[in-house]
Ligand binder design. Structure first.
Ligand SMILES: Cc1ncc(C[n+]2csc(CCOP(=O)(O)OP(=O)(O)O)c2C)c(N)n1
Length: 262
């Protein structure tokens, strides 16, 4: 379960069936999602709405195919859902939508998911609950001012149950983040904003799992994991090629992708 190659096959199938953009955006998230669903996050496989579950907020909601790939493995969505992806009248859309069991918030308008996750973590702190909130953001999304305001609030209220995971693939929709509006150095900035911050290879599952595990460092602070990733990871023709933010898979590209992921 949650084998990266299998998850990437699901993403390819979704992208192909739905003629969807955002292939590269989802592929860079695969190991992050595999680590979370593979043991880091507390949830009930039989009930995506279990009351004591941890909350996962995909702030870069356009990467939702990576979540759907995990949901497919969990049986929360079906092959029919995959085949009908983005077709009229079907239930899965191209951004995270909270009416899909497993998607906690509707997101995709960048800069909104993290503030919502911070609110959730604040509520959890007020209730003295041991639930955790995990929030995946993009390094390009960190261009949004609301992200930094949310971080100030999280650190001020010492929201230790919040972990922000930056999918730091160095790209955003229209180019390299360091050319459009640099957000680096992310580690120093998150530390300066009061987050206990670590950095790791975002495609190395054991490294990610260790980085995400609750740390015994006695810091009463929110946490951040800067996951260094490659946009389009896993497909030789899409890796680090930002055109796959928007290009749709045609029949030939789908066949080439599935061949690579055999
Ligand atoms: C408020 C807002 N502005 C613009 C967009 C259009 N948009 C969609 S994805 C994206 C790039 C986001 O970059 P990043 O967070 O780094 O995502 P990744 O490159 O990992 O896909 C943009 C600008 C949006 N969804 N929301």
């Amino acid at each position: 379960m949650f084998e990266a190659r299998v998850l990437r096959r699901h993403i390819v199938e979704l992208a192909y069936r739905g003629r969807s953009a955002h292939l590269g955006c989802a592929l860079s998230l695969v190991e992050i999602c595999a680590a979370l669903y593979g043991g880091v996050m507390r949830y009930d496989r039989d009930n995506p709405s279990a009351p004591d579950r941890d909350l996962l907020v995909l702030s870069k909601g356009h990467g939702v195919m990576a979540l759907y790939a995990c949901f497919r493995e969990l049986g929360w969505i079906t092959d029919d859902d995959v085949r009908g992806y983005l077709h009229n009248g079907t239930r899965l859309r191209g951004l995270s939508e909270s009416d899909v069991p497993g998607c906690e918030v509707s997101s995709g308008s960048l800069g909104h998911g993290l503030p919502v996750a911070v609110g959730m973590a604040y509520g959890i702190a007020r209730l003295h609950s041991d639930r955790r909130v995990w929030c995946i953001v993009g390094d390009g999304e960190m261009n949004e001012g609301s992200m930094w305001e949310a971080m100030l609030f999280a650190a001020h209220h010492r929201l230790e149950k919040l972990t922000v995971i930056v999918d730091a693939n160095g790209f955003q929709a229209m180019g390299r983040t360091d050319e459009v509006l640099s957000t680096e150095p992310l580690v120093a900035k998150f530390e300066a904003f009061g987050f206990a911050t670590v950095e790791c290879d975002g495609h190395d599952l054991p490294a990610l799992t260790a980085a995400l595990a609750p740390q015994d460092d006695h810091r009463l602070a929110p946490r951040a994991v800067i996951a260094r990733t490659v946009k389009g990871q896993g497909l030789s023709f899409a890796a680090a090629d930002n055109r796959w933010h928007y290009i749709r898979l045609d029949e030939a590209a789908r066949a080439a992708a599935l061949e690579e992921l055999r």
